[in-house]
Write a protein that binds this ligand. Structure first.
Ligand code: ASP
Length: 440
């Protein structure tokens, strides 16, 4: 049996259960029960007070217990996601065995990714400027929301270091890949994986065989571990949603409801854009496309992680969308790391929302800078839950918004994360469908 078929069988073995056991249905039930439990336990909206859940520390510790299966689930995924993405990209390139073809994919894919990301930021910024969610917000409610968020969560204040553009470019090449792994610098790792994949095509195939076999083993192993994590996915989803609703309730959504609605309408616009792309560029039926990727979207929605969803995206691309493995196994792992349309849109809306809230006028040049920085930031955002918000701090500082403003939108971030991850994953599958059509 060839390496390729060995790998295909193992991928199938580690992922088939998602379709077989109606995992998506269990996840849906977990989500619903999680929201109900969170609301019932909430001191403001449910019976929390009579159960003794009045002090912030009591709420926090209950929330921690509730989210335990979720944290275990996500840690297991994070444990294997870096090797999985690296092995997938190396194999995606090396197995095509054709430098010209890889060059052709790259030359089409990168402009495509940048183009769709730019469209999605433009939609976000335009909607935020029309709806003006930041101008409407009541400043006392806003201050309460900021104080409550700082108390319960603490703030992500991490920002990129101040690097010049030549330094940033040279930084793309990891001089020490182990250090990049330790720092989870996905962009450097992706570049290292692409260079390794290309080198594997260039050397004699017999010499490169052990490395390819190692990557196959690494990939299959990582998928097996993800499949174990998936066994607790419904409980993880239950716990994560219960703890979010318990901590933030509907109140958190109310105060920044218009902002959340702006992000959600932007994300809906992106679905329409993808449907157009599928109809016009991939020449397929957009409704069939959406129904074929429904399970993958649900998984992205409930895990908030494009990384965790990646193996299932590859499987859906090959089995349901009938894309060529040569395309799907290269584009989806790459897209998981660098193509984040939903995240970029959300970051655009959040930035404009906060400039409105703080009364900061953006000039045209600053708006263009915002678009460019957000494209860069979304490329560097790893596909794990919540990081879009962390990276947002960097974007805010470039346009002069105090990063503390993030506290205002923390309460609704989880739900928006779920929605933007769904769009991120849909964008990767749309890209794979288009390139499958374009590159023969
Ligand atoms: N959770 C998102 C993803 O995995 C990234 C983000 O936080 O925006 O795609």
């Amino acid at each position: 049996m060839t390496d390729q078929s060995n790998r295909a069988i193992s991928i199938e073995e580690s992922t088939h259960f998602i379709m077989d056991q109606k995992l998506w249905l269990k996840i849906l039930i977990g989500m619903a029960l999680g929201i109900i439990t969170g609301l019932l336990l909430s001191p403001t909206e449910g019976y929390g007070l009579s159960l003794g859940l009045d002090a912030p520390h009591a709420i926090k510790s209950t929330a921690q217990w509730l989210s335990l299966p979720g944290t275990i689930f996500l840690s297991m995924i994070k444990m294997v996601i870096i090797p999985l993405i690296i092995c997938s990209i190396i194999l995606g390139i090396a197995q095509s065995n054709d430098m010209g073809f890889v060059g052709k994919i790259g030359a089409t894919l990168i402009p495509y990714f940048i183009f769709t990301t730019a469209i999605s930021i433009a939609i976000g910024i335009t909607l935020a400027n029309i709806i003006q969610p930041g101008a409407m917000i009541d400043s006392t409610i806003a201050q309460q929301a900021i104080d409550a968020s700082i108390q319960t969560k603490g703030l992500p204040t991490e920002t990129f270091s101040e690097l010049s553009i030549p330094e940033r470019i040279s930084n793309l090449i990891p001089s020490n890949p182990f250090k990049s792994s330790v720092n989870s610098d996905m962009l450097q790792l992706v570049v290292a994986a692409i260079i390794t994949g290309l080198a594997l095509i260039a050397i004699p195939s017999a010499t490169g065989k052990p490395i390819k076999e190692l990557c196959i083993a690494g990939q299959v192993l990582a998928m097996k571990i993800i499949s174990w994590a998936m066994l607790i996915a419904p409980y993880a989803v239950f716990g994560l949603l219960a703890s979010t609703t318990l901590q933030f309730g509907f109140q958190a959504i109310e105060s920044v409801g218009l902002y959340a609605a702006t992000v959600l309408s932007g994300l809906l616009c992106m679905i329409i854009i993808y449907m157009l792309i599928i109809a016009l560029a991939a020449r397929s039926n957009p409704l069939t496309f959406l129904s074929n990727i429904r399970e993958v979207q649900l998984l992205a929605f409930s895990t908030s992680s494009s990384g965790a969803t990646m193996p299932f995206s590859i499987q859906a691309a090959e089995e349901k969308l009938k894309l060529r493995p040569q395309i799907s196994r290269f584009i989806i792992p790459l897209g998981t790391t660098i193509n984040m349309d939903g995240t970029a849109l959300y970051q655009g809306v959040a930035t404009i929302f906060l400039t409105q809230f703080y009364n900061i006028e953006l000039s045209i040049t600053q708006t263009v800078m915002l678009v460019i920085t957000t494209i860069g930031a979304s490329i560097g955002t790893p596909g794990v839950p919540g990081v879009g918000l962390v990276i947002l701090a960097t974007i805010l500082t470039t346009v002069g918004v105090p990063p503390e403003g993030i506290a205002l939108i923390l309460g609704v971030d989880r739900i928006l994360d779920m929605c933007r991850t769904t769009i991120n994953v849909t964008g990767d599958l749309a890209a794979a469908s288009v390139l499958n059509k374009w590159l023969k």
